[in-house]
Design a protein around this ligand. Structure first.
Ligand code: ADP
Ligand code: MG
Length: 259
């Protein structure tokens, strides 16, 4: 049965999509059958996986409103070796249309149940902010992976997110747990980054992943080539870090869940 993780942080530009795409590619390279669910109407994870969001006839939008099943709407990333349930601007309308449905927050969860035997791991890329789309991601997941930059307001933002996760746990999904905090875009030359990183380890202990993702320009260049960074330049520091993170996540899953 697939383990389902949502990559979440209510801030934009913190590396959610970069993490989802590169972790998917890393997991595929580690032999895991992986599905990436793009839950952001911007479709950045879709494009970064080498899939043209403008050419889609079916997408996660159709799945959420019941016009398609997951298998029909999924595409294999030609560059990443994982499957993608893609998104584009159509998804922006789903927020309004979903309000018509009963149990509107579990639409994604119910849909993914159709494919859970076909994958080892399903990763969900969320939009910033706690919308109904993000809530669908939280309700579908067994755990949350939180990418964060080690900067001044990071810890404050983190407590908001942890409170949100607690509310979702209490009201909708008692499977939900924080799998871990991932330090991203890390620059060790910045003193503040080192301080925040040390604070994170102090407060959250083993919840902080060992692997640290460095700031690396190759990761930022890769999406314009329609490739995950781990495929675009496997020798780069960013790619190696995401490969190591994939291995660490597999290890952590084995300790947290019985498969
Ligand atoms: P989010 O999905 O949280 O909005 P993104 O993954 O889109 O964030 O990242 C925001 C920007 O930062 C993008 O331009 C991306 O290419 C860049 N970026 C993300 N991670 C890194 C990294 N480790 N090194 C360099 N640039 C990065
Ligand atoms: Mg994003």
């Amino acid at each position: 049965m697939a383990r389902i993780f949502v990559i979440a942080n209510q801030k934009g530009g913190v590396g959610k999509t970069t993490t989802t795409v590169n972790l998917s590619a890393a997991l595929a390279r580690h032999g895991q059958r992986t599905l990436l669910v793009d839950l952001d109407p911007q479709g950045n994870a879709t494009m970064g996986s080498g899939i043209d969001k403008r050419a889609l006839t079916r997408s996660v939008y159709h799945v959420l409103i019941g016009l398609s099943d997951v298998e029909e709407a999924s595409v294999t990333s030609p560059t990443g070796g994982y499957d993608v349930l893609p998104a584009n601007r159509d998804l922006a309308g789903a927020e309004v249309e979903l309000v018509e449905f009963e149990e509107r927050e579990t639409r994604l969860k119910d849909a993914l149940a159709q494919v859970e035997s076909r994958y080892d791991i399903i990763l969900i890329d969320c939009p910033p902010s706690l919308s109904l789309l993000t809530l669908n991601g939280f309700c579908a997941a067994h755990g949350v992976i939180i990418p964060m930059q080690c900067e001044y307001f990071a810890l404050e933002g983190l407590s908001d997110l942890v409170n949100t996760i607690k509310r979702v746990y209490a009201n909708f999904n008692t499977n939900l747990q924080v799998i871990g905090l991932l330090r991203v875009m890390f620059d060790p030359r910045i003193m503040l980054a080192q301080q925040v990183s040390a604070q994170l380890e102090q407060h959250f202990g083993a919840k902080v992943f060992r692997t640290v993702i460095p700031r690396n320009v190759r990761l930022a260049e890769a999406p314009s080539h329609g490739k995950p960074g781990v495929v675009y330049d496997p020798g780069s520091r960013g790619a190696k870090a995401y490969m190591a993170f994939g291995a660490e996540l597999i290890e952590r899953i084995d300790t947290l869940f019985t498969r």
